[in-house]
Write a protein that binds this ligand. Structure first.
Ligand code: HEC
Ligand code: HEC
Length: 454
């Protein structure tokens, strides 16, 4: 009697399991996904483990910075979900990590937010940076700020990107007259901005003076003689590490796209229907990467030092194209793990993801009523809320966001549930990626446990 009972229960459980596994995706949502050409994310293949190992060392090694005080990980730390938790990044001369990071004397913030670098290994990527100033592909070639000075031999656009933080004075290179953390002159800072090749040459020279790197380069590039190595080889290795470390395809959404209907809660399914339907998010956050890789002016509040000739404003893509439609326009960010990567927008204007959604639904109202209290005081003092700036930003507002629908609270909650479903639980704690030491012997940035409570 008892065993029959158990058999019955087991039978029911199996039947339910089969029903679930065999069920198809919500047909309405499935249709929307087809229309938006949303396919499951394909993991990039063929990463070379020797390159990944070299790249990991380089990513965490402050030897790549002029003053030996900043590494890629300073602003894209695994313990901070590949970002820095700051609205605007703090580069050369800064101290500390994450929200504890403070600026050095007489330095300015980096004009933009450090983006997360999740899933950048996909073959579909053809833009880098908030203004896509690096763009192109292996097939058609790359457009970059270095023009013809860019060497050849890149594996991926991500490797091309890695050539630029090291030449940027405020991110890694430093200013003329700087001394490094040992009090020695910063030789990288003395080189002309017009000749990035000298910086790249000096950096590979720096690296190959270190025994640990000689070995790592030899393992990663057994066929390239040492005197033929350039910084592009370092950049390819950094990209290989970024792809190995920061590719995540285990979010409920990714599992859903691979056919597991029950991976999404009913709220998240409703959110997905809104995202690709009524709320029109999928028009710009489109395709598998959730970005059209185009630029849109959403009238995100302006603050900070501003960028290049437009300072104290940051006019975004306009600096690259000179087109009115690109004024204040920034590249649509991808959204995988977005719940982990605040503050959000190209300058970290919002600490709340709900505010980000509300901003999209009514940019004008959110811009006019922007509350600077969420910013660090030194940044709120730089807020450009005067009517001339506000009116100018609104004049060039992306036409598409002028027609966003009004949503009920419940719909916003459903969208939030969808954004939450883009989070891979495995991406939450990445502290295992931080090496104990790097070949230069310079200290590696690790998170004080307190930082994580952010
Ligand atoms: C001082 C902080 C800082 C440092 C150091 C830094 N980055 Fe960044 N990173 C940023 C900021 C800010 C941006 C966005 C800049 C922009 O769009 O104008 C960015 C953009 C990127 C992007 C572009 C992502 C995308 O999709 O557009 C990648 C990839 C990246 N960084 C990797 C690196 C690597 C690799 C290094 C080391 C060689 C590095 N970063 C060093 C702050 C930093
Ligand atoms: C017109 C194109 C467009 C539409 C439609 C759109 N977005 Fe965006 N989204 C962007 C752009 C561009 C940014 C960055 C703007 C900036 O920083 O200046 C952005 C930023 C975001 C961010 C912040 C991501 C980050 O890493 O900082 C989230 C979250 C987001 N959008 C979600 C949504 C949702 C949800 C919807 C639908 C309600 C939506 N978007 C509709 C273009 C769009």
């Amino acid at each position: 009697m008892k065993s029959r009972h158990i058999k019955f229960i087991v039978g029911v459980v199996v039947a339910i399991y089969l029903m679930a596994a065999g069920s198809t995706l919500n047909p309405k949502l499935y249709k929307l996904l087809e229309e938006h050409e949303v396919a499951p994310y394909e993991e990039p293949m063929g990463l070379d483990s020797a390159k990944v190992e070299l790249g990991q060392a380089l990513f965490f090694d402050r030897i790549l910075s002029g003053n030996k005080d900043v590494s890629c990980a300073t602003c894209h730390h695994p313990g901070l979900n590949s970002g820095d938790n700051l609205p605007l990044a703090i580069g050369v001369g800064g101290e500390g990590l994450g929200t504890n990071r403070v600026m050095g004397p007489k330095r300015e913030r980096i004009p933009r937010n450090s983006p997360e670098v999740f899933n950048r290994g996909a073959k579909e990527w053809h833009t880098m940076f908030w203004d896509s100033r690096v763009s192109g592909s292996l097939e058609v070639g790359f457009v970059t700020p270095a023009d013809e000075k860019l060497p050849e031999g890149f594996d991926h656009i991500l490797a091309v990107q890695a050539m630029f933080p090291v030449v940027s004075r405020d991110e890694m290179r430093g200013e003329i007259g700087d001394v490094d953390i040992f009090g020695k002159p910063n030789e990288l800072a003395l080189m002309s901005d017009a000749v990035p090749q000298s910086v790249w040459r000096q950096l590979i020279h720096r690296l190959l003076e270190i025994e640990g790197y000689q070995q790592l380069f030899k393992e990663a590039y057994p066929l390239v003689p040492q005197d033929k190595l350039g910084f592009q080889h370092a950049a390819n290795a950094i990209a290989a590490f970024e792809i190995a470390a920061f590719t995540f395809t285990g979010s409920p959404w990714d599992r859903y796209l691979r056919g597991t209907n029950e991976a999404l809660t009913p709220e998240a399914q409703r959110g997905a229907m809104l995202f690709y339907g009524k709320a029109k998010c999928g028009t710009c956050h489109s395709g598998t990467l959730m970005t059209d890789q185009q630029h849109h002016n959403l009238a995100v509040p302006q603050f900070g030092p501003g960028k290049d000739d437009a300072a104290p404003l940051d006019v975004g893509r306009y600096m690259e194209t000179g087109l009115n439609s690109d004024r204040f326009a920034f590249r649509t960010p991808p959204l995988r793990n977005v719940t982990l990567t605040g503050p959000w927008m190209h300058n970290g204007a919002y600490n709340s993801l709900e505010d980000v959604i509300r901003h999209h639904l009514d940019p004008e109202d959110m811009l006019r009523n922007y509350d600077v209290d969420g910013l660090p005081p030194e940044l709120s003092a730089t807020y450009k809320g005067d009517p001339t700036v506000v009116e100018r930003m609104l004049r060039y507002l992306d036409p598409f966001v002028k027609s966003m629908p009004a949503l009920h609270e419940k719909e916003i909650n459903d969208l939030m549930a969808f954004l939450k479903a883009l989070e891979d639980p495995a991406a939450k704690d990445l502290s295992h990626l931080v090496p104990d030491q790097v070949p230069s012997g310079l200290p590696v940035e690790t998170l004080h446990p307190v930082d994580k409570s952010y």
